[in-house]
Design a protein around this ligand. Structure first.
Ligand code: ADP
Ligand code: ZN
Length: 518
């Protein structure tokens, strides 16, 4: 049967052979087994269900959350002679009954169904009157209740296992952190099914993270120096910032367009279309942008604000270099980002276990941003993949210099202890011996830590606090969101039992020069 699938691959799609894990997945489904398939975007997931659906007897049911994408796929399939249709709530009654007629007459190889249509009455009953070759659940991470793409309709898919025990179920996703993976297996009844995990490595993407020092100027310099005539995506956290950055880039002569959920739909579509069609275009966007966008020649993805977690970072940066040519994933981040994220998690109205999970995800993200080892290795390890240092990320190309920050860290931590709260700026004012209004009113010029940090600059102290926060020595605390406090973890450091090396922040300009020399 696999030979038959291979023939179809050649005849219908013109491909000589399977890529990656496709052959293994197809064989497994052809033998009637259910499976979970984890492949990065662009990894070739659709073949994994389209081919077995055609080879096996009956109709393959594909559940997918994006109607526009389903319609594209169905159009493509029809053009090569596959009998496919798309079932969603936007169909008029006659189109609707035509599909039902085709189904009952075994005239379809593939039926794409939107989640909304699926939960409409009668679907499961209709299915039970058909011979079904397989169920493919695309974007399966939508069953994850705490994920950002949660679709309540996907919960209905749990019953497929009991209603159709002999029909293989294939769950597919590009989202693969351990917890999401387990949730999918649980929800879709795949605990005993094999898991096919492809490599998530995108070797042509070069990862780079820099300390934020005037983000907009940094971005402008990066684009001007390295991507003067290229297309790229710039991600920002808020709509206001998107507008601001897009206007700034345009003012500097770059073809930048804003994209966020607050813009009218027609403007959004127009900007998206321009971006996809133009050979030189920059889209400045919130995370609302990207799902289902396939522009192969995106040469850079820039983050001006910290993404939500590593998963999101991987997805967002994964939109660069789809054509396989070199591309940059570039990010600046600073102390403020860490504080913002901590607040976001602290203030979110969610159950304790979810908050716990968000903390863990933030820790993983911060470990990535502050890493002094290979970033790719770290990113892949998040997806449970082991690899060697890549030689193609900032840290591999330019191993960061570290310095013995034991003394500085002790001063920084003691200051937090002595002030009993307060934010980073105030701690630094105290260390530098500045008599500000706040210092005076709290009488902090009397503290033993007042003025003991003059050997470092404001920026150096900010870097110290940022890294101490990222490493969890300090935590952000306070219902009024006002101060830092010590974490258990810093005890050995304060007691002189441990030393600490911190990374030296390299100015962006230096990085570039070194790169040219190297
Ligand atoms: P995903 O759904 O995982 O994002 P797709 O199924 O859309 O990926 O496939 C990504 C791209 O790879 C498509 O352009 C597809 O035509 C191509 N592709 C898939 N399978 C093969 C193959 N066996 N040989 C060559 N190209 C393939
Ligand atoms: Zn590396």
């Amino acid at each position: 049967m696999i030979a038959q699938a291979r023939q179809l691959l050649k005849r219908l799609y013109g491909y000589d052979d399977f890529i990656g894990l496709q052959e293994q997945v197809v064989s497994s489904v052809l033998s009637g087994q259910s499976a979970l398939v984890l492949m990065p975007t662009g990894g070739g997931k659709s073949m994994c269900y389209q081919l077995p659906a055609m080879v096996r007897e009956g109709v393959g049911i594909v559940i997918s959350p994006l109607i526009a994408l389903m319609q594209d796929q169905v159009e493509g399939l029809k053009q090569v002679g596959v009998r496919a249709a798309c079932f969603h709530n936007g169909l008029d009654p006659s189109a609707n009954s035509e599909i039902i007629r085709q189904l009952l007459n075994n005239e379809l190889d593939l039926l794409y169904v939107s989640p909304e249509r699926l939960v409409l009455g009668g679907m499961i009953e209709l299915f039970s009157r058909l011979t079904i070759s397989l169920f493919a659940i695309d974007e399966a991470h939508c069953v994850s209740q705490w994920g950002h793409d949660f679709r309540p309709e996907y919960m209905q898919l749990g019953q497929l296992a009991s209603r159709f025990p002999t029909v293989p179920r294939l769950a597919l996703t590009a989202t693969a952190d351990e917890q999401t993976r387990n949730e999918i297996r649980q929800q879709l009844g795949l605990l005993d099914a094999p898991v096919f995990l492809s490599s998530f490595d995108r070797p042509n993407i070069r990862y780079r993270v820099l300390p934020k020092q005037g983000a907009k100027e940094q971005l402008l310099n990066f684009i001007k120096r390295e991507h003067r005539h290229n297309s790229g995506v710039v991600y920002c956290l808020s709509r206001k910032r998107v507008e601001d950055v897009a206007a700034f880039l345009r003012e500097k002569g770059l073809p930048a367009l804003p994209y966020h959920a607050g813009l009218p739909a027609d403007i959004r579509e127009q900007h998206q279309r321009t971006f996809i069609q133009a050979s030189h275009s920059i889209i400045v966007a919130t995370v609302a942008f990207g799902m289902g966008i396939n522009k192969p020649d995106v040469r850079f993805v820039a983050h001006l604000d910290l993404p939500k977690n590593l998963e999101a970072y991987y997805q967002e940066t994964g939109r660069a270099g789809r054509d396989g040519l070199p591309a940059d994933a570039w990010m600046v981040y600073g102390l403020q980002d860490v504080l913002m994220q901590r607040m976001r998690i602290q203030e979110a109205n969610v159950p304790a276990d979810v908050r716990q999970r968000d903390w863990a995800r933030l820790e993983a993200l911060l470990a990535f941003t502050e890493a002094s080892g290979c970033r790719r290795q770290l990113l892949l390890s998040y997806f449970a993949e082991t690899s060697e240092p890549c030689g193609n990320c900032d840290n591999c190309l330019h191993p960061p210099r570290t310095w013995d920050a034991t003394e500085a860290a002790r001063k920084a931590l003691s200051c937090v202890y002595r002030t009993g709260g307060y934010g980073v700026s105030h701690q630094i004012d105290v260390l530098l011996g500045k008599v500000t209004e706040k210092v005076r009113s709290a009488n902090h010029q009397q503290l033993s830590t007042f003025g003991i940090g003059k050997e470092l600059s404001l920026n150096q102290w900010r870097a110290v606090y940022r890294q101490l926060l990222a490493a969890g020595y300090l935590e952000w605390h306070g219902e009024e969101g006002e101060g830092l406090r010590l974490h258990e973890r810093c005890r050995p450091l304060l007691k002189g039992e441990q030393s600490i090396a911190l990374k030296q922040d390299q100015p962006a300009a230096q990085w570039k020069e070194e790169r040219e020399r190297g």
